[in-house]
Design a protein around this ligand. Structure first.
Ligand code: SF4
Length: 334
């Protein structure tokens, strides 16, 4: 069950772990990015430096006047909206296929959400929240790719979902160029439980597409599958989705494990369902049984090890920024 992992290709804000390029010459620490650099191909970018604002520099802010947003540097009165829009378009135009983005939270340029919008360049209270200027273009062009900020990745559930998604998309990218229908059958088979946890509906639709592969031109087949895969991976799996897969897996071993082992596994699943344990705990236990019993159907299921084990044991703070997933009704509060 040893897996070879592809290297996801990620665009990362340059100030996160790469270079001290923030307005004050600082760098942002991120345990996830620091570790991920070993397992992913990162493309660092600092849009503010790229448009020539320098390091250090006076801060910029989003100013909303007359219904339109501008990116302005209050200390100099400089309006850099056009430069930033041109840079974002030019940079994104030249990117190779990408599996995800990790952008600096809270930045008027790179923040993906909840960035303060002001009514003027004068000292004033924020009137709205939005995405930063560069991040807006990313979100517009890549609506179905995983896009996270480094703070949200401190939340274990968000991080688990992000890593699962980018490693799965990278694996798909690895076979996409072949246009080989058989490779797609294998990919779909290996990811069935992961997709089942994410969306039963999408799993069914993707299964129908794969079953009809002989009637679809290979380029269209892969294109349609990619769109479906992106949609299926776009949302974090609900608790119930993961619990269903865990219980389904436990069913394979019911007559091969002791009552104590079964009770222990159910306790871990309950702890996960109640928000007291991470998915990694029951998933790890079940994975050990998959290996021990060599259950053929489960051996290649990505659900049990969707990304390298070295990325599992990162610090697990639950941050305020991580809460919006839970508030979206996808599970109990942390
Ligand atoms: S948040 Fe974005 S623009 Fe600001 S320093 Fe980091 S990479 Fe550069």
């Amino acid at each position: 069950m040893t897996r070879e992992y592809p290297r996801p290709r990620l665009v990362v804000s340059r100030c996160i772990e790469f270079d001290p390029c923030r307005y004050d010459g600082s760098k942002i620490p991120s345990p996830t990015v620091a570790r991920l650099r070993e397992y992913a191909d990162c493309i660092p970018v600092c849009p503010e430096v790229e448009i020539g604002l320098g390091i250090p520099r006076a801060t910029v802010r989003i100013v909303r006047t007359g219904g339109s947003d501008r990116l302005v540097q209050p200390a100099t009165g400089r309006d850099v909206t056009d430069e930033m829009s041109a840079f974002a378009a030019g940079f994104l135009d030249t990117l190779p296929p990408i599996d995800g983005f990790i952008l600096k939270g809270g930045s008027p340029t790179s923040g993906t959400r909840n960035v303060r919008v002001y009514p003027s360049v004068e000292k004033s209270a924020a009137i709205a929240k939005s995405a930063g200027f560069f991040a807006r273009e990313v979100l517009k062009r890549y609506p179905e790719l995983p896009v996270e900020d480094e703070l949200r990745l401190n939340n274990q559930r968000i991080r688990d979902h992000f890593l699962s998604a980018v490693f799965t998309l990278a694996a798909f990218r690895g076979i996409e160029g072949t246009r080989d229908p058989h490779a797609l059958v294998q990919f779909h088979a290996n990811n069935k439980l992961l997709l089942l946890a994410s969306s039963q509906k999408m799993l069914r639709e993707m299964g129908r597409l794969v079953a009809a592969r002989a009637t679809v031109e290979p380029g269209a087949l892969y294109g349609q599958y990619r769109r479906m895969l992106s949609i299926a991976l776009a949302r974090a799996p609900r608790y119930t989705g993961n619990v269903n897969v865990l219980l389904h897996t436990l069913g394979y071993f019911s007559d091969r494990i002791s009552d104590e082992e079964r009770a222990h596994c159910i306790r871990l699943i309950d702890r996960y369902r109640d928000g007291h344990a991470t998915l990694a705990e029951p998933r790890g236990l079940l994975r050990s049984w998959v290996i021990r019993f060599g259950e053929p159907y489960l051996m290649n299921q990505s659900f049990f090890a969707p990304y390298p084990a070295e990325l599992i044991d990162l610090p697990g703070d639950v941050t305020d920024r991580g809460r919006d997933l839970w508030e979206a009704g996808e599970g109990p509060p942390p």
